[in-house]
Design a protein around this ligand. Sequence first.
Ligand code: NAD
Ligand code: ZN
Length: 274
Amino acid sequence: MLAELSLKLIAEVQCAAELLDTQSRICILTGAGISAESGIPTFRDKQTGLWQQYRAEDLATPTAFERDPKLVWSWYQWRRQLVHEKKPNPAHLALAEWQQAADKNKQNVTLVTQNVDDLHEQAGSRVTHLHGHLWRNRCHDCGTAFENETKAADSSKAALNFDDELINCQHCSGYIRPDIVWFGESLPEQAWQTAEDAAANCEVFISIGTSSLVYPAAGLAHLAKQNGAKLIEINPDPTPNTIVDITLAANAGVVMPLLMQQITALSSQAQDQL
Ligand code: NAD
Ligand code: ZN
């Protein structure tokens, strides 16, 4: 794998590893790009099949749901079908491994995601979801959680239901919708507080696979910077973001395992010297 990477990238990863090795409070924000190598399209990717004519940004809004609930529900049922068998890729796995190692080294690695998939959890990470969960539902009108038949707890395929018939709430007869934060809606308070605290108090902020266009999540990097943190970005198509200190311009599935390897090597060198 190393042979495929440019010397420049390898040197930058080394530089990031050296920085991370000396710091104990790390905040990581992931976006749709980290799941791209697992086969889940980002919002910037063109939609496929029946949904080609729609832009994701025009479907993921409360106004779209109020105008045409069936259309938006069908789109999410289609996305659920697309996502349900997807597995974590080496980037998710490396992050989970890092969190587990960090617990032992007294490093604090807070993982925050904009993603609504559960690939971080599948990989074994503790993660704060800023934008909700694809596999949960609630009533659009009264907010009551709807017991989810779309993904059984044991993930058995037999129990999956991707039916695109609308469901009515048992309390108020409003429509059931995915428990996702749509464009224009507020973020869950507790999750936002966790993210804000981690960003404001971290020494290094790493942004992975996000276009940094969706606020308020995109503001977390600025908050970290204002409080003195160094910023690392991992994205094959880096954002024109002037506040970034180290840019690792490659796929997260390639960069993250390499970064972990180098961090582990540095900490075992330090152990040997003790
Ligand atoms: P985005 O679609 O706006 O941007 C994705 C970014 O990932 C781009 O900058 C792209 O260059 C980068 N990228 C693509 N492949 C990559 C790779 N292999 N490694 C690293 N980076 C890669 O995504 P966003 O910034 O997360 O914002 C869009 C919104 O869409 C979010 O609110 C999120 O909830 C939602 N969304 C979630 C999922 C998911 O849960 N998997 C998928 C699509 C959209
Ligand atoms: Zn209701």
